[in-house]
Structure formats: structure tokens, C-alpha cells
Write a protein that binds this ligand. Structure first.
Ligand code: DAH
Length: 341
């Protein structure tokens, strides 16, 4: 009885094969070896046609029960292995919800940004709108239209980076004044923050820095309006007790021009290191918009008047936060920046 012998042999082969099986993947391979299309059991079944007909029912039964036995064995084992594998997977992917979370470092605003935002908020509270002009400017907007023609000595005070005969990196946000006045009829009340460039580099100067320009044009605007607005600005940014003072100065695009000082917010005006003993700190330039500038923009200076002002944002930041070297504002050292949370 060859077939019976074969059955016994297959049984012991199955037992032997599954003894050390570790994974459902290798169990599958073994299963195929016995139950697959050309597996050992399937081959035996195919051979039934060679068995004499009278033996077929008995042998058929035996073969069927061998197949059932093998299938059951495999499926029981498979279930066990799958359970084991699932447990392992769950253990490996376990999340400890009690573990403290990783600290997520949050950044801080750059002091320039803090001052710019504060200025924009103060001035928009007074009705100013923000206008941002281009950093690459025409010579015309940066100088000529601001009453600073090609041979004007004031050009020398701004070491300009020229890109071509007519294009330059703007040296002052004042250029934005012209762009606004050319496009808008009074009343005008704008604020223009942005980067400006000058070939200048030391502890208090940087080739790139930031300014904030302001411009108001309407009927009946006087120097008193400028003074009143500056008082409000100084109190809001430096403190309630701070006063302002105007000193005569010169800018080609304003007449009269003034330099604006604030009373020292450190010593209250008595004189200290910050104000160099004078009790006053210079913070910005300003003046009444020159008639020629208004005219050049098609605004009738006999009907309208205006004032303008411009300040350095880094300068305000250095004063307000007690920063003694401008370079700190450009180096991006996180130990410095972290202090402005
Ligand atoms: N643009 C001047 C500068 O960069 C600052 C300034 C002075 C702006 C007087 C003004 C102004 O609008 O009226 O030095």
C-alpha cells in the first residue's frame, strides 16, 4: 500500500516542517509545499487515477482526511502566529501618553519688527494708511522729485548704490511720498515703512537699514499739526511724560525743516549717558512739504499744505531697548534675539 505509506510520511513531514516555524510568512511557504497546486498532497490526489477502482473510496477518504488534518493544523498554527505577531507589533508601536512632550522652541520677533509694528499701530490709530514703495527706485523718485536735482549737494550726504544711470537702491523711504502724491489727490495721510540702502558701515550705520516715512497733505495743515502728532507719537512709544522739541534743520524736500528731539525717557531730562548729558535725544527729521515738491506732483501749494517726517527704525529700536551696537540687529544671533520674547 504505497499511498498509505505516503500518507504516513506526509503526516510526519508536516509535523516536522511546522515544528520550528516562527512567522506566518514562512508558515505560508510550508503550507504551499503541501497544499499548493503542485504540493505533496495535491500530487497524491492527482495520482488517484492510477489506483485500482475498488481501492479508490478507501484511499480517497484517507487522502481527504489527510488534507483536512493538514489544513486544520496550518490554520490553528497560523492563528497562533498571527496573534503573536500582532502582540509584537502593538508592543513595538506603543505610545506612552504620559511621556512629557518634546519642547517645541518658539521664535521671537526681531526688534525691528516689534518697533515697526508698534509704529504702524500708533499711526494707524491716528488715521494713517500704509503704503510700501519699491526698494529699487528711479533716481527721479529718490532725488529729483524730492527737490534734489543731479547737482544738489544734499546728494553727497546719501552714499547711494546706483544700479544704472537712472536706477538705484532707494536711500530714503521719502521716495514713497512722490509715488503717493502722483497717484492720489489730498487729503493724503500715509505711512511708508521699508528698507533703505546706503554705502555706510560702522557701529551706528549699516548698508541696509529701515525707515518709516509719514506724509500728511490737506487744506490748512500747519507745523502745529506736525508738533501735535509728534507729541502723541512720542508719548505712545517712549512713555507718557516724554516731550518733543523741534530744532531748525535742512532737507531739500521740506521747508521749513526740523530735527525732532524727545526728552530723555531714561533720566526724564536731567541728563544721563543715554542723552549724553543734554536731556534730549534726536529721533527723526521732519518739516513742511516744500512747495516745489507739491507742484511737481500736480498738487497746488496755494491750496494744499502738508508735513512729512522720516525716522530710522533701528535707531528707535536701539534707543527703546538700550541696544548699543547696530550690528546686533543684523547678525541674527539667537542669544540676542531671544531677549525680545
Ligand atoms: N529722508 C530723510 C533721511 O533719510 C529723513 C526725513 C527728513 C524724511 C525730513 C522726511 C522729512 O520726510 O520731512 O535722512
Amino acid at each position: 500500500m504505497d499511498v498509505q505509506k505516503n500518507i504516513k510520511e506526509i503526516e510526519s513531514q508536516v509535523d516536522e516542517a511546522v515544528k520550528d516555524v516562527e512567522s506566518s510568512k514562512s508558515l505560508y511557504d510550508i503550507k504551499m509545499k503541501f497544499l499548493g497546486k503542485s504540493g505533496a498532497i495535491s500530487s497524491l490526489m492527482k495520482n488517484m487515477k492510477d489506483v485500482p477502482p475498488e481501492e479508490r473510496p478507501t484511499l480517497g477518504k484517507l487522502l481527504n482526511s489527510l488534507r483536512e488534518w493538514t489544513e486544520q493544523k496550518f490554520s490553528a498554527l497560523e492563528q497562533k502566529l498571527r496573534e503573536k505577531e500582532l502582540k509584537k507589533k502593538i508592543a513595538a508601536e506603543r505610545v506612552d501618553v504620559t511621556m512629557p512632550a518634546k519642547a517645541f522652541p518658539s521664535g521671537s520677533h526681531h526688534p525691528n519688527t516689534l518697533i515697526k509694528d508698534e509704529l504702524v499701530s500708533i499711526f494707524s490709530g491716528m488715521g494713517f494708511e500704509v503704503f510700501e514703495g519699491p526698494e529699487i527706485e528711479n533716481d527721479y523718485y529718490n532725488f529729483t522729485a524730492l527737490n534734489t536735482p543731479a547737482d544738489h549737494p544734499a546728494r553727497d550726504t546719501q552714499d547711494t548704490f546706483y544700479l544704472s544711470d537712472s536706477l538705484l537702491l532707494r536711500t530714503q523711504t521719502s521716495a514713497g511720498q512722490i509715488r503717493v502724491m502722483e497717484n492720489k489727490k489730498p487729503p493724503i495721510k500715509i505711512l511708508s515703512p521699508g528698507k533703505v540702502y546706503r554705502s555706510d558701515d560702522d557701529a551706528t550705520h549699516s548698508p541696509m537699514f529701515s525707515q518709516m516715512e509719514g506724509l500728511v497733505v490737506d487744506k490748512g495743515i500747519t507745523l502745529c499739526d506736525l508738533k501735535g502728532m509728534l507729541d502723541e507719537f512720542a508719548r505712545k512709544i517712549f512713555g507718557e511724560d516724554v516731550k518733543t522739541r523741534l530744532r531748525p534743520s535742512y532737507f531739500p524736500f521740506t521747508e521749513p525743516s526740523v530735527e525732532v528731539d524727545v526728552s530723555c525717557f531714561e533720566c526724564g531730562g536731567k541728563g544721563c549717558r543715554l542723552c549724553k548729558g543734554t536731556g534730549w535725544i534726536e529721533v527723526l527729521g521732519a518739516g513742511m512739504v516744500n512747495r516745489r515738491v507739491l507742484e511737481g506732483c500736480g498738487i497746488d501749494p496755494d491750496v494744499y499744505t502738508g508735513f512729512a517726517f522720516g525716522m530710522g527704525i533701528e535707531r528707535i529700536a536701539m534707543l527703546k531697548y538700550g541696544i548699543n551696537n547696530m550690528k546686533l540687529l543684523f547678525e541674527g544671533d539667537v542669544r540676542f534675539l531671544r531677549q525680545f520674547k
